[in-house]
Design a protein around this ligand. Sequence first.
Ligand code: SF4
Ligand code: SF4
Ligand code: SF4
Length: 277
Amino acid sequence: MPRSKFIIQRLIGYLTGFLLFYEPFMLFHNLTGTLFEETGFYSLHVPCVRIPLANILTGDWAYAGPVSLCFCLLLALVSLWFGPFFCGRLCPAGAFSEFLGSLLPEKYQIDWQKYVPITTLRYGFFAGFLLSAFSGFASFCAYCNYYAFELFIISIYSSQLLLTSFSLLAVFFIANIVFGLFTKGGRGYCNFLCPVGTASSLLHRIGQLLPSPFKMTVNKPACIGCGKCARSCPMRTISLKQGKAVIDTNRCIVCGCCQAQCPVQAIRYKSNITKEL
Ligand code: SF4
Ligand code: SF4
Ligand code: SF4
Protein backbone atom coordinates (compact mmCIF):
# COMPACT_ATOMS: atom_id res chain seq x y z
CA MET A 1 0.00 0.00 0.00
CA PRO A 2 1.40 3.50 -0.85
CA ARG A 3 2.60 5.33 2.29
CA SER A 4 0.26 8.29 1.76
CA LYS A 5 -2.73 5.94 1.58
CA PHE A 6 -1.58 4.21 4.78
CA ILE A 7 -1.23 7.53 6.63
CA ILE A 8 -4.70 8.64 5.51
CA GLN A 9 -6.10 5.28 6.61
CA ARG A 10 -4.52 5.69 10.07
CA LEU A 11 -5.80 9.25 10.41
CA ILE A 12 -9.33 8.13 9.53
CA GLY A 13 -9.03 5.40 12.18
CA TYR A 14 -8.01 7.81 14.96
CA LEU A 15 -10.62 10.33 13.89
CA THR A 16 -13.20 7.53 14.13
CA GLY A 17 -11.85 6.70 17.60
CA PHE A 18 -12.24 10.34 18.58
CA LEU A 19 -15.82 10.49 17.34
CA LEU A 20 -16.69 7.23 19.06
CA PHE A 21 -15.15 7.80 22.49
CA TYR A 22 -14.46 11.49 23.12
CA GLU A 23 -16.61 14.37 24.14
CA PRO A 24 -18.55 16.10 22.70
CA PHE A 25 -19.54 13.29 20.27
CA MET A 26 -19.14 10.04 22.24
CA LEU A 27 -21.05 8.08 19.61
CA PHE A 28 -20.26 4.69 21.17
CA HIS A 29 -21.49 5.81 24.58
CA ASN A 30 -24.60 7.42 23.20
CA LEU A 31 -25.54 4.51 20.94
CA THR A 32 -25.02 1.77 23.54
CA GLY A 33 -26.50 3.97 26.26
CA THR A 34 -29.66 4.42 24.16
CA LEU A 35 -29.76 0.74 23.28
CA PHE A 36 -29.60 -0.37 26.92
CA GLU A 37 -31.49 2.64 28.24
CA GLU A 38 -28.60 3.67 30.44
CA THR A 39 -28.67 7.29 31.41
CA GLY A 40 -26.10 9.36 33.21
CA PHE A 41 -22.66 10.83 32.83
CA TYR A 42 -20.54 9.24 30.12
CA SER A 43 -16.82 9.67 30.00
CA LEU A 44 -13.70 8.53 28.24
CA HIS A 45 -13.35 6.10 31.12
CA VAL A 46 -15.50 3.63 29.24
CA PRO A 47 -12.43 1.97 27.64
CA CYS A 48 -10.98 1.51 31.12
CA VAL A 49 -11.36 -2.14 32.05
CA ARG A 50 -10.50 -1.56 35.70
CA ILE A 51 -13.76 -0.27 37.11
CA PRO A 52 -15.99 -2.86 35.39
CA LEU A 53 -13.43 -5.51 36.28
CA ALA A 54 -13.40 -4.38 39.90
CA ASN A 55 -17.20 -4.45 39.87
CA ILE A 56 -17.21 -7.97 38.46
CA LEU A 57 -14.53 -9.26 40.85
CA THR A 58 -16.31 -7.82 43.83
CA GLY A 59 -19.69 -9.11 42.66
CA ASP A 60 -21.14 -5.65 41.91
CA TRP A 61 -22.19 -6.51 38.35
CA ALA A 62 -25.05 -4.06 38.47
CA TYR A 63 -22.66 -1.12 38.93
CA ALA A 64 -20.41 -1.95 35.97
CA GLY A 65 -22.94 -0.41 33.57
CA PRO A 66 -23.89 -1.69 30.09
CA VAL A 67 -21.81 0.92 28.18
CA SER A 68 -18.58 -0.11 29.91
CA LEU A 69 -19.41 -3.80 29.80
CA CYS A 70 -20.22 -3.60 26.06
CA PHE A 71 -16.92 -1.91 25.40
CA CYS A 72 -14.96 -4.45 27.49
CA LEU A 73 -16.70 -7.36 25.77
CA LEU A 74 -16.04 -5.92 22.31
CA LEU A 75 -12.43 -5.14 23.23
CA ALA A 76 -11.92 -8.70 24.48
CA LEU A 77 -13.45 -10.36 21.41
CA VAL A 78 -11.61 -8.14 18.92
CA SER A 79 -8.32 -8.60 20.82
CA LEU A 80 -8.70 -12.38 20.84
CA TRP A 81 -9.18 -12.66 17.09
CA PHE A 82 -7.63 -9.54 15.62
CA GLY A 83 -5.14 -8.33 18.25
CA PRO A 84 -5.02 -4.92 20.01
CA PHE A 85 -6.96 -3.26 17.18
CA PHE A 86 -8.26 -0.52 19.46
CA CYS A 87 -4.67 0.51 20.34
CA GLY A 88 -3.25 0.32 16.83
CA ARG A 89 -6.14 1.77 14.86
CA LEU A 90 -8.51 3.75 17.08
CA CYS A 91 -7.14 5.05 20.39
CA PRO A 92 -6.47 8.81 20.19
CA ALA A 93 -4.50 8.80 23.50
CA GLY A 94 -1.91 6.43 22.05
CA ALA A 95 -1.93 8.26 18.70
CA PHE A 96 -1.30 11.56 20.49
CA SER A 97 1.83 10.37 22.30
CA GLU A 98 3.03 8.63 19.11
CA PHE A 99 2.55 11.91 17.24
CA LEU A 100 4.60 13.75 19.89
CA GLY A 101 7.29 11.08 19.53
CA SER A 102 7.53 11.85 15.82
CA LEU A 103 8.39 15.51 16.46
CA LEU A 104 11.95 15.04 17.78
CA PRO A 105 14.96 13.55 15.98
CA GLU A 106 15.69 10.05 17.35
CA LYS A 107 19.12 11.07 18.67
CA TYR A 108 17.32 13.03 21.43
CA GLN A 109 15.04 10.14 22.32
CA ILE A 110 15.34 7.15 24.66
CA ASP A 111 15.14 3.56 23.55
CA TRP A 112 13.80 2.13 26.81
CA GLN A 113 14.28 -1.48 25.90
CA LYS A 114 18.04 -0.99 26.12
CA TYR A 115 17.73 -0.21 29.83
CA VAL A 116 14.68 -2.00 31.20
CA PRO A 117 12.74 -5.24 30.58
CA ILE A 118 9.63 -3.58 29.13
CA THR A 119 7.46 -6.69 28.86
CA THR A 120 8.13 -7.71 32.49
CA LEU A 121 7.35 -4.21 33.75
CA ARG A 122 4.27 -4.03 31.57
CA TYR A 123 2.72 -7.22 32.91
CA GLY A 124 3.95 -6.48 36.45
CA PHE A 125 2.15 -3.14 36.43
CA PHE A 126 -0.93 -4.82 35.03
CA ALA A 127 -0.90 -7.37 37.86
CA GLY A 128 -0.79 -4.48 40.38
CA PHE A 129 -3.64 -2.82 38.50
CA LEU A 130 -5.78 -5.94 38.78
CA LEU A 131 -4.95 -6.44 42.45
CA SER A 132 -5.89 -2.82 43.11
CA ALA A 133 -9.46 -3.77 42.23
CA PHE A 134 -9.66 -5.24 45.74
CA SER A 135 -8.20 -2.23 47.50
CA GLY A 136 -10.64 0.59 46.70
CA PHE A 137 -11.46 2.41 43.48
CA ALA A 138 -9.77 5.75 43.53
CA SER A 139 -6.04 5.17 44.14
CA PHE A 140 -5.09 4.10 40.61
CA CYS A 141 -7.18 6.79 38.92
CA ALA A 142 -4.99 9.54 40.37
CA TYR A 143 -2.08 8.14 38.32
CA CYS A 144 -3.90 7.29 35.11
CA ASN A 145 -3.10 8.97 31.80
CA TYR A 146 -6.53 8.03 30.52
CA TYR A 147 -8.12 10.25 33.12
CA ALA A 148 -5.49 12.98 32.62
CA PHE A 149 -5.93 12.83 28.84
CA GLU A 150 -9.68 13.04 29.19
CA LEU A 151 -9.33 16.22 31.27
CA PHE A 152 -6.82 17.60 28.76
CA ILE A 153 -9.27 17.12 25.86
CA ILE A 154 -12.17 18.65 27.80
CA SER A 155 -9.86 21.58 28.75
CA ILE A 156 -9.30 22.32 25.06
CA TYR A 157 -12.90 22.68 24.05
CA SER A 158 -14.15 24.18 27.32
CA SER A 159 -11.21 26.67 27.58
CA GLN A 160 -10.86 25.72 31.24
CA LEU A 161 -7.76 24.10 32.68
CA LEU A 162 -9.01 20.91 34.30
CA LEU A 163 -5.64 19.29 34.98
CA THR A 164 -5.41 20.91 38.36
CA SER A 165 -4.21 18.06 40.56
CA PHE A 166 -0.46 17.63 40.87
CA SER A 167 -0.58 13.86 40.38
CA LEU A 168 -2.60 14.12 37.14
CA LEU A 169 -0.36 16.88 35.78
CA ALA A 170 2.69 14.77 36.59
CA VAL A 171 1.10 11.72 34.91
CA PHE A 172 0.18 13.74 31.83
CA PHE A 173 3.75 15.07 31.62
CA ILE A 174 5.35 11.64 32.07
CA ALA A 175 2.98 9.86 29.66
CA ASN A 176 3.15 12.42 26.87
CA ILE A 177 6.43 14.26 27.25
CA VAL A 178 8.82 11.71 28.82
CA PHE A 179 7.16 8.62 27.27
CA GLY A 180 5.95 10.43 24.13
CA LEU A 181 8.15 13.27 22.92
CA PHE A 182 11.40 11.86 24.37
CA THR A 183 10.76 8.18 23.65
CA LYS A 184 11.61 6.37 20.43
CA GLY A 185 8.32 5.44 18.78
CA GLY A 186 6.44 7.73 21.17
CA ARG A 187 4.45 4.95 22.83
CA GLY A 188 6.17 4.58 26.20
CA TYR A 189 2.89 4.86 28.11
CA CYS A 190 1.34 2.18 25.88
CA ASN A 191 4.42 0.02 26.41
CA PHE A 192 4.80 0.36 30.16
CA LEU A 193 1.65 1.44 31.88
CA CYS A 194 -1.60 1.29 29.97
CA PRO A 195 -3.82 -1.49 31.34
CA VAL A 196 -6.15 -1.41 28.31
CA GLY A 197 -3.20 -2.09 26.01
CA THR A 198 -1.76 -4.81 28.24
CA ALA A 199 -5.14 -6.54 28.59
CA SER A 200 -5.53 -6.43 24.78
CA SER A 201 -2.03 -7.87 24.26
CA LEU A 202 -2.67 -10.62 26.78
CA LEU A 203 -5.87 -11.58 24.99
CA HIS A 204 -4.03 -11.40 21.67
CA ARG A 205 -1.52 -13.93 23.04
CA ILE A 206 -4.30 -16.20 24.32
CA GLY A 207 -6.02 -15.83 20.95
CA GLN A 208 -3.04 -17.43 19.26
CA LEU A 209 -4.21 -20.74 20.78
CA LEU A 210 -7.54 -20.47 18.93
CA PRO A 211 -8.19 -21.45 15.33
CA SER A 212 -7.57 -18.64 12.83
CA PRO A 213 -6.76 -15.55 14.90
CA PHE A 214 -4.94 -12.77 13.05
CA LYS A 215 -1.48 -11.44 13.80
CA MET A 216 1.44 -9.68 12.17
CA THR A 217 3.68 -12.30 10.60
CA VAL A 218 7.12 -12.05 8.99
CA ASN A 219 7.79 -14.16 5.95
CA LYS A 220 11.36 -14.99 6.91
CA PRO A 221 12.63 -16.22 3.50
CA ALA A 222 11.46 -12.91 1.96
CA CYS A 223 12.93 -10.67 4.69
CA ILE A 224 16.20 -8.99 3.64
CA GLY A 225 17.01 -7.75 7.17
CA CYS A 226 16.98 -4.05 6.29
CA GLY A 227 15.52 -3.10 9.72
CA LYS A 228 13.06 -0.53 8.32
CA CYS A 229 10.18 -2.26 10.10
CA ALA A 230 11.99 -2.14 13.47
CA ARG A 231 12.70 1.59 13.13
CA SER A 232 9.12 2.37 12.11
CA CYS A 233 7.50 0.36 14.93
CA PRO A 234 5.96 2.80 17.46
CA MET A 235 6.04 0.09 20.16
CA ARG A 236 9.64 -0.90 19.32
CA THR A 237 8.62 -4.51 19.40
CA ILE A 238 10.58 -5.75 16.38
CA SER A 239 14.13 -7.03 16.65
CA LEU A 240 16.49 -8.47 14.08
CA LYS A 241 17.65 -11.99 14.86
CA GLN A 242 20.12 -13.65 12.51
CA GLY A 243 19.34 -11.00 9.92
CA LYS A 244 15.57 -11.52 10.01
CA ALA A 245 12.83 -9.45 11.59
CA VAL A 246 11.08 -10.97 14.62
CA ILE A 247 7.87 -9.46 16.04
CA ASP A 248 7.11 -9.80 19.77
CA THR A 249 3.35 -10.22 19.93
CA ASN A 250 3.43 -9.39 23.66
CA ARG A 251 3.52 -5.73 22.67
CA CYS A 252 2.48 -5.54 18.99
CA ILE A 253 -0.59 -3.33 18.56
CA VAL A 254 -1.25 -4.38 14.93
CA CYS A 255 -0.91 -0.79 13.73
CA GLY A 256 0.54 -1.89 10.39
CA CYS A 257 3.45 0.61 10.35
CA CYS A 258 6.01 -2.17 9.83
CA GLN A 259 3.97 -3.65 6.99
CA ALA A 260 3.73 -0.27 5.27
CA GLN A 261 7.50 0.25 5.52
CA CYS A 262 8.74 -3.14 4.37
CA PRO A 263 10.32 -2.78 0.90
CA VAL A 264 9.74 -6.45 0.00
CA GLN A 265 6.27 -6.96 1.50
CA ALA A 266 7.64 -9.56 3.90
CA ILE A 267 5.19 -8.60 6.66
CA ARG A 268 1.59 -9.66 6.50
CA TYR A 269 -1.38 -9.29 8.81
CA LYS A 270 -2.98 -12.69 8.53
CA SER A 271 -4.53 -15.56 10.41
CA ASN A 272 -2.50 -18.59 11.43
CA ILE A 273 -4.38 -20.59 8.82
CA THR A 274 -4.25 -18.70 5.53
CA LYS A 275 -6.37 -15.57 5.32
CA GLU A 276 -4.92 -12.10 4.98
CA LEU A 277 -6.52 -8.74 5.79
S1 SF4 B 1 -2.02 1.06 25.12
FE1 SF4 B 1 -3.60 2.37 26.07
S2 SF4 B 1 -3.10 4.50 25.51
FE2 SF4 B 1 -1.93 3.13 24.18
S3 SF4 B 1 -3.21 2.92 22.38
FE3 SF4 B 1 -3.73 1.19 23.71
S4 SF4 B 1 -5.46 1.90 24.92
FE4 SF4 B 1 -4.53 3.72 23.99
S1 SF4 C 1 5.19 -4.86 15.03
FE1 SF4 C 1 4.27 -3.74 13.32
S2 SF4 C 1 2.08 -3.83 13.67
FE2 SF4 C 1 3.10 -4.41 15.61
S3 SF4 C 1 3.27 -2.50 16.76
FE3 SF4 C 1 5.16 -2.71 15.61
S4 SF4 C 1 4.81 -1.60 13.68
FE4 SF4 C 1 2.80 -1.94 14.65
S1 SF4 D 1 11.33 -4.10 6.64
FE1 SF4 D 1 10.85 -6.07 5.70
S2 SF4 D 1 12.75 -6.74 4.78
FE2 SF4 D 1 13.29 -5.10 6.20
S3 SF4 D 1 13.77 -6.22 8.10
FE3 SF4 D 1 11.62 -5.69 8.22
S4 SF4 D 1 10.55 -7.50 7.41
FE4 SF4 D 1 12.69 -7.67 6.81
